[in-house]
Design a binder for this molecule. Structure first.
Ligand code: TYD
Ligand code: MG
Length: 453
């Protein structure tokens, strides 16, 4: 007999309680509990005794064979996955609505022409999927599509098609008959994910799930999912710009340092193997207030233009505004410039923008930010053939950054003439190997004099 039972779930973190709570003891949010009806087969969860699946072994006795990954035929995607899709793995692709998750997975599905693939969509009809596929263009004859939202029905299709890879478009639209609460609720998401995990682990067929993320950037509801799946990939970017970044937030089979970069075109996503060339293409030599930062995104060098505008404050309180850069860090850098370089920025409006709508967390961008602000303040342009790679300390010292060699080598390759680095990074560099001039600085004043004196 199936018995119906009601539980209360925190819609933020998935915490489960048998009674309603005003405040979630797990994540501390207020008013997030909602009632969900969970129908459970009685005794389903009981472990049958005497039927031990596996016995503990000594670790040296455990054997495994290196499973062969399935290449996606997309270099950027493979790079993030760590060399292809691992058989039997469960993958979650998260991202804001409209960022291109369906496009990425459909395109990948169409590109893997040597495997049989089932693309299940709970969001779009088969005609809509076909229209999208026509935009992208394809030649595969082994991609099956179906519009379906109930897991039991999906597994029937799976039995009929016997795919090598299963793609499910949006876990939030899928529901299981075992649970009465609506699709997208925490209990549904958890249960459906578990079912797909079970399928993946027992058959060895990899399952790729799409999940939406909420405005604050967390995967909607399913913090619970993140523990179940083998890899969490995030697809992000500014919708007003064409490029998209694919990142691994968790990956049991590869590094989380790799990122993949794509550009959204009318005909689907294009791989961008050389992001710096892409980000630096539109640059006017004569403008003040711009500086190029040699940053690393994951393990990849990315050269990004920092733009700044410093002007006299019209109103009493000066405005500070940053796009793609941490506001508190900007305030700190302004205080350092004020104190160490003697600029009266206290009465100025300061606007900062990272070109291309990127968000940068690499501290190596500091020097470029400071120099862009100074350049705008004195209204002297910095040559677009100069790059910066250093962090700034509170006393105005130019601090060393990680993997400086990689940054300098990339700057050299891209044809930059000069790169400013910390003096303390110098000994890691074999300057003879590069054509580029490496300019060391130990305090911000030195960099400032070298640039504007
Ligand atoms: P979509 O993959 O539907 O986003 P998600 O599944 O993450 O919600 O993509 C949405 C946007 O991508 C949509 O606004 C149109 C755009 N797009 C293109 O620019 N070119 C294309 O070839 C395709 C298929 C979509
Ligand atoms: Mg979609």
């Amino acid at each position: 007999m199936a018995k119906a039972k009601t539980y209360y779930f925190c819609q933020e973190c998935g915490y489960q309680s048998s009674s309603w709570l005003g405040r979630c003891p797990e994540c501390g949010k207020f008013g997030t509990f909602a009632e969900e009806v969970v129908k459970m087969e009685s005794g389903k969860r009981k472990v049958e005794s005497g039927k031990m699946q596996s016995l503990p072994k000594r670790i040296q006795d455990v054997t495994y064979s290196e499973t062969k990954r399935i290449p996606t035929h997309c270099g950027e995607f493979d790079r993030v996955l760590g060399g292809g899709i691992v058989p039997g793995s469960l993958l979650l692709l998260g991202g804001e609505p409209g960022i291109g998750k369906s496009t990425l997975l459909l395109q990948t599905a169409l590109a893997i022409h040597d495997r049989k693939l089932l693309y299940v969509s709970g969001e779009e009809s088969e005609q809509q999927i076909k229209m999208r596929a026509d935009r992208i263009g394809f030649s595969t004859e082994q991609c099956y599509v179906v519009s379906e939202t109930v897991t039991q029905r999906i597994f029937e299709h799976v039995d009929a098609v016997q795919p090598d890879i299963l793609v499910v478009d949006s876990i939030q639209t899928i529901s299981t008959e075992d649970i009465d609460s609506p699709a997208g609720s925490v209990s549904q998401i958890r249960q459906c994910t578990t079912e797909f995990q079970h399928y993946a682990k027992t058959t060895g067929v990899p399952v790729l799930l799409i999940g939406h993320i909420t405005k604050d950037g967390t995967l909607a509801g399913p913090k619970v999912m993140e523990h179940i799946v083998d890899a969490v990939l995030q697809f992000e970017g500014d919708r007003n710009y064409g490029y998209r970044i694919l990142r691994a937030l968790k990956n049991r089979f590869g590094s989380t340092a790799e990122i993949g970069i794509f550009e959204m075109l009318g005909s689907g996503l294009r791989e961008v193997p050389n992001p710096s060339e892409f980000l630096l293409s539109q640059r006017d030599e004569t403008l003040s207030g711009a500086a190029v930062a040699a940053t690393l995104e994951g393990a990849r060098p990315m050269f990004i233009e920092v733009q700044s505008l410093v002007s006299s404050a019209v109103y009493g309180t000066p405005q500070r505004n940053a796009n793609g850069f941490d506001m508190r860090r900007l305030s700190m850098l302004l205080a350092v410039l004020e104190k160490r370089c003697g600029f009266k920025l206290g009465a100025k409006d300061v606007f900062l923008n990272i070109a291309g709508g990127l968000r940068v967390n690499d501290p190596a961008i500091d020097l470029a930010v400071a120099c862009a602000i100074l350049s705008s303040n004195v209204d002297i342009p910095i040559s677009p053939r100069i790059a910066f790679a250093a962090e700034l300390g509170l006393s105005g010292e130019v601090r060393p950054v990680a993997r400086v060699e990689q940054r300098v080598a990339e700057a050299d390759r891209l044809g930059f003439e000069k790169i400013f680095v910390s003096k303390y990074n110098l000994r890691e560099l074999d300057k003879k190997r590069y054509h580029i001039e490496v300019v060391p600085a130990s305090v911000i004043e030195e960099a400032f004099r070298a640039l504007f004196a």
